[in-house]
Design a protein around this ligand. Structure first.
Ligand code: 5GP
Length: 176
């Protein structure tokens, strides 16, 4: 019988991911020296990226989590649902939103708008992956790990129907 893992094609290995995430960590650490940033992880897909990114940060910082849902299966539902809000008071804080992937950009637009409502000092976005051919956004993404083609990707925190998040590399998945 064919297994779901038979449909995977390697995109970035664990080593390549680690190297790039360390580079981002060092760039962000330089930029945010003495700015006491708060990293906000967008659950679920970015939990591994967040954990690796934070271990590459060499300055004082805080972290928090927000959870949204926008996808069902391989398609964006077009509506964003807030499942868990941040716990921290982000007024006057320098926020770095940590996303696994910016695809249509709907999620990140929704989150920026919502967080700007809490009067932070600044909001930057760090995403591991960016699909430039799909994203429709009118602001810059500050930190991008990799620009990728319009493929559905899994592993390193990203799921296919809630599975495959545990894979330590990133793969394109083909399902009929
Ligand atoms: P957007 O709102 O930018 O269209 O999508 C953002 C969310 O959709 C991401 O945080 C992620 O959870 C999910 N998503 C978008 N593209 C992919 C993909 O290629 N693979 C997986 N696993 N999730 C994706």
């Amino acid at each position: 019988m064919k297994k779901i893992t038979d449909n995977l094609a390697l995109l970035y290995s664990a080593v390549e991911l680690r190297q790039r995430v360390e580079e981002l960590g060092s760039i962000i650490s330089k930029k945010y020296e003495n700015k006491d940033p708060i990293f906000i992880d967008v659950l679920n897909g970015s939990f591994i990226f967040m954990a690796d990114l934070l271990r590459s940060i060499s300055i004082e910082c805080e972290m928090d989590f927000i959870k949204v849902r926008s996808y069902s299966g391989q398609k964006s539902s077009g509506t964003i649902q807030l499942l868990k809000d941040v716990s921290a008071d982000v007024k006057d804080r320098n926020i770095i939103l940590v996303e696994d992937i910016v695809d249509t950009g709907l999620t990140i637009k929704f989150l920026r708008k919502r967080l700007f409502g809490s009067s932070p000092k600044s909001i930057a976005v760090a995403t591991l992956l960016y699909k430039p051919s799909v994203a429709k956004i009118d602001f810059d993404i500050d930190y991008i790990g990799f620009e990728i083609p319009q493929e559905y990707v899994v592993g390193y925190g990203l799921d296919y129907e809630q599975k495959l998040r545990h894979l330590d590399s990133l793969y394109c998945i083909k399902v009929n």
